[in-house]
Design a protein around this ligand. Sequence first.
Ligand SMILES: NC(=O)C1=CN([C@@H]2O[C@H](COP(=O)(O)OP(=O)(O)OC[C@H]3O[C@@H](n4cnc5c(N)ncnc54)[C@H](OP(=O)(O)O)[C@@H]3O)[C@@H](O)[C@H]2O)C=CC1
Ligand SMILES: Nc1c(N[C@@H]2O[C@H](COP(=O)(O)O)[C@@H](O)[C@H]2O)[nH]c(=O)[nH]c1=O
Length: 386
Amino acid sequence: MDNSFRTPAPEHFTAAEILGMETALSAARQGVRSSNPLVGAVIIDADGTFLAIGYHKGAGTPHAEADVINRLLGTGVKRDLSAATLIVTLEPCSHVGRTGPCTQAIIDAGIGNVVYALPDPHIPAAGGAQILHNEGINVRMGLMAAEAEDLNRRWFVAVRENRPFITARLAQTVDGRIAAVDGTSQWITSQESRQDSHELRARVDAIVVGTGTVMADNPRLTARAADGSDAEHQPLRVVMGKREIPADAAVKGVSGTPSSPDRLGDEDFLALRTHDPAAVVRELHGRGVGHLMIEGGAMINAAFLAQGLVDELVVYLAPTLLGSGIPALTDLGIGTLEQAQRWEWDATTTGPVEILGPDLKLTLMPAKAHAREQRPDAHGAGEQGS
Ligand SMILES: NC(=O)C1=CN([C@@H]2O[C@H](COP(=O)(O)OP(=O)(O)OC[C@H]3O[C@@H](n4cnc5c(N)ncnc54)[C@H](OP(=O)(O)O)[C@@H]3O)[C@@H](O)[C@H]2O)C=CC1
Ligand SMILES: Nc1c(N[C@@H]2O[C@H](COP(=O)(O)O)[C@@H](O)[C@H]2O)[nH]c(=O)[nH]c1=O
């Protein structure tokens, strides 16, 4: 099999292609993190003129290649793109997921050249470059591969570990409390923060809380609009812990929450009688969950963080002090500063800090040197089922 396109020399890329890839990477950063990676794409003409820029806005929306082609040809104008080059930050996919294969969109548009940064490690989607090459399209790989890998490095970890992308969400005071001494926590954060949180719920496939949170808060865990109506997409609501959940608990959906129109499996509610985060992750991955959100409380947050099972941390920080009460996390098993978990601000999408009414929303990801990222045997490798 001829796969010479997989090992190009750097000098095979023109200045226009390099600028195109830089632009595609910037465009990719406008997307939202989800079960899908951030991807950007640019189409340039033979003389290097930029024709269109596109990006993927998150799971379920058109991929970057489809977006950039639609932007260029969406008006229905036919153009000869045989001399044009599509530059994209990840290998074009070859599979039908929630959207069609990008390889077909490129072939149908008559684009003659493709440059991409990195191969797609997600097995059902991989092999697109070979398909394009077999169609006679001039394909080259490897431009700004390190930058493209860095952009999605936690997504690559999740794919490698054969598990969902995991977001942990905290709503806390400045002094790191998620509830007062008596367990009351509603509400620490503002209406604006809570609405943002509902938008996050509407984007993920499942939410996990501990039995402690269910007993203290009796949460519904649904995604709701500002007027209180249910969002179109509802996450699977998962409770983790060994205690029996009361029959009339709101999380079971018996308190008037209509059944979700976008169900994942037989039930919208699931009780997992375990203390093992890895078992929860495996079970949910098996049920098709591609993006999982951890919503507390303190013990559950710590359990996932201690095992390196958090790819993104979203902290809603209220200008409030409690001085005592329930901390955002219980013990992570850290005895000395050298063992501290180091995180980095995530500069993509809305940036690492957003102002929501009186609160701040902080978005972080594990620092590059995070021990877990360097442990190739963490969960085994294989196919990402999302
Ligand atoms: N502000 C915020 O963002 C939020 C605040 N909260 C607040 O947090 C408080 C609840 O937090 P917390 O008491 O920590 O309860 P959790 O929700 O973390 O649940 C803890 C319980 O979950 C079970 N469990 C499952 N897995 C584990 C594990 N790996 N390790 C330990 N226990 C596990 C245990 O119960 P079992 O015996 O059943 O196995 C344990 O008692 C409430 O006051 C709530 O209001 C909660 C969520 C968000
Ligand atoms: N206290 C607190 C939050 N708490 C979270 O919200 C849950 C209640 O969800 P629901 O019943 O669906 O409205 C609760 O159990 C906990 O997970 N969230 C926030 O945005 N800000 C807050 O101050």
